[in-house]
Design a protein around this ligand. Structure first.
Ligand code: PGA
Length: 254
């Protein structure tokens, strides 16, 4: 059975108390999950430290939603990859569509963050995906390839390197308009092909993200190039996240 990643991107949905209460409530739920399921929470930077401390003895991992590539210095408002690692982060999201499209993060910045994550040995979760206009113009594969090349081309990585790519079509994020699972799987296959051509001897997993719910999660997990999901809205409430976890557990038990 492949490992199934259920990654919860809490964005800026939850305050400090709300984040800690939800993380606490998840401890008992995650204990009931089969070992094939790997759960990671991506709380706000503010809540992350206390959650990481609280979850230290559990199987729930913690990740950062974003990080700066330089280590230390006069960069007001930023938190470095190394600083997140120091407080217990195992993962860092890089190039999430909201970073790219709301905060105008470029492919070059994504690349610098990817390099910083590999240098710090914190696992990057590199997000790629096309806008509605790009999709309508038939450019999905082209856009994804440009993003993957920018992130990974010519990197010199040790052969035991592991990382994660999340395919998140921009138009499917936070809209309820989820990508057809067969279409997502087709793009995942393409992502795997491109990534293997850019980097040999590395180990990567591919997640789908964009309006994942309990009703559709099993359809994504069924794809042979799909290793899990990145969940936004539905991961920020106990009942909806639990619904997804239960469906994933049922899928894993098949
Ligand atoms: P969503 O967000 O599940 O609310 O669509 C997914 C994401 O942005 O990672």
């Amino acid at each position: 059975m492949k490992t199934i990643h259920l990654f919860a991107n809490w964005k800026m949905y939850l305050g400090y108390d709300e984040s800690n209460i939800l993380a606490n409530a998840l401890i008992g739920e995650v204990r009931k999950m089969p070992p094939a399921i790997n759960i990671a929470l991506f709380p706000s930077a503010l809540s992350l430290y206390s959650i990481a401390l609280n979850l230290k003895e559990t199987d729930i991992a913690v990740g950062a939603q974003n990080a700066y590539w330089l280590d230390k210095g006069g960069y007001t408002g930023e938190v470095s990859v190394g600083m997140f690692k120091e407080v217990g982060c195992r993962y860092v999201l890089i190039g999430h569509s909201e970073r790219r499209h709301v905060f105008h993060e470029t492919n070059l910045e994504v690349r610098k963050k990817v390099e910083a994550a590999f240098a710090e040995k914190i696992m990057p979760v590199v997000c790629v995906g096309e806008t509605k206009e790009e999709r309508n113009a038939g450019k999905t594969e082209e856009v994804v390839e440009v993003q993957l090349r920018a992130a990974f081309e010519d990197l010199n990585l040790p052969s035991d390197t592991r990382f994660i790519i999340a395919y998140e079509p921009v138009w499917a994020i936070g809209t309820g308009d989820a990508c057809d699972p067969k279409e997502a799987e087709r793009i995942h296959k393409e992502i795997a092909k491109i990534t293997k051509s850019l980097l040999s001897d590395v180990n990567f997993s591919i997640l789908y993200g964009g309006s994942v719910r309990a009703e559709n999660v099993a359809d994504y997990l069924a794809g042979s190039h799909t290793d899990g999901v990145l969940i936004g809205n539905a991961s920020a409430k106990l009942d909806t996240f639990k619904g997804i976890m239960d469906k994933a557990a049922q899928f894993a038990a098949k």
